[in-house]
Design a binder for this molecule. Sequence first.
Ligand code: 13P
Length: 228
Amino acid sequence: MLVAGNWKMYKGPAETRAFAAAFSPPEGVEAVICPPFVSLAGAVEAGLTVFAQNVHWEDEGAFTGEVSAPMLREVGVVGAIVGHSERRQYFGETDETVARRAAHALEAGLRVIACVGELEEERDRGETEEVLRRQLSVLDPHPALVIAYEPVWAIGTGKTATPEQAEEAHAFVKSLLDAPVLYGGSVKPENAEELLSRPGVDGALVGGASLDPDSFASICATAARIRS
Ligand code: 13P
């Protein structure tokens, strides 16, 4: 099982060091931290397994504000998230740019967590499968590719998908693409067990609850217990 903590725009280098000093990942689970760019090197030096929150599709060039896969690898980062719904919503990320980022990162030797998920109104209109099909259609299977199913209405809202909804969406994703699938959206120590014990749920992508070393360790411990 893979449990990844997406810190979003939280924790500079000092807070990252403090987290690392207080966090000890349990055996039997792969715990990954995804800090902001300025905290990546410090997180690696502190002994964490580190993914970036985004990655560009060229190795270098005139792309202000972007960071490339070789640059991430140089500081010891081993993977990257691509296509998070916040990138899609606020920064103009499209299925096409997500595809380019994912393909290049994989080619450059990074692991990739590619995020998919429907908006609340899309679920209400019965379009969940159509949205997932479109978002996944641009991704090719790869041994280092992991999908994160993150229903947008469950992110940062405290409104978690029911275990049944998660199981159903994960099965649908797996029917289209052979890859491990993480669940993301208001995962907390209190609901980790019911979500992670569902068939087809291969781990979690955790936002808010990954900022605290104890709550993240608790979710990791749940994952380890379920798969042992
Ligand atoms: P929350 O766990 O804060 O809902 O965030 C989920 C998420 O977006 C992880 O990438």
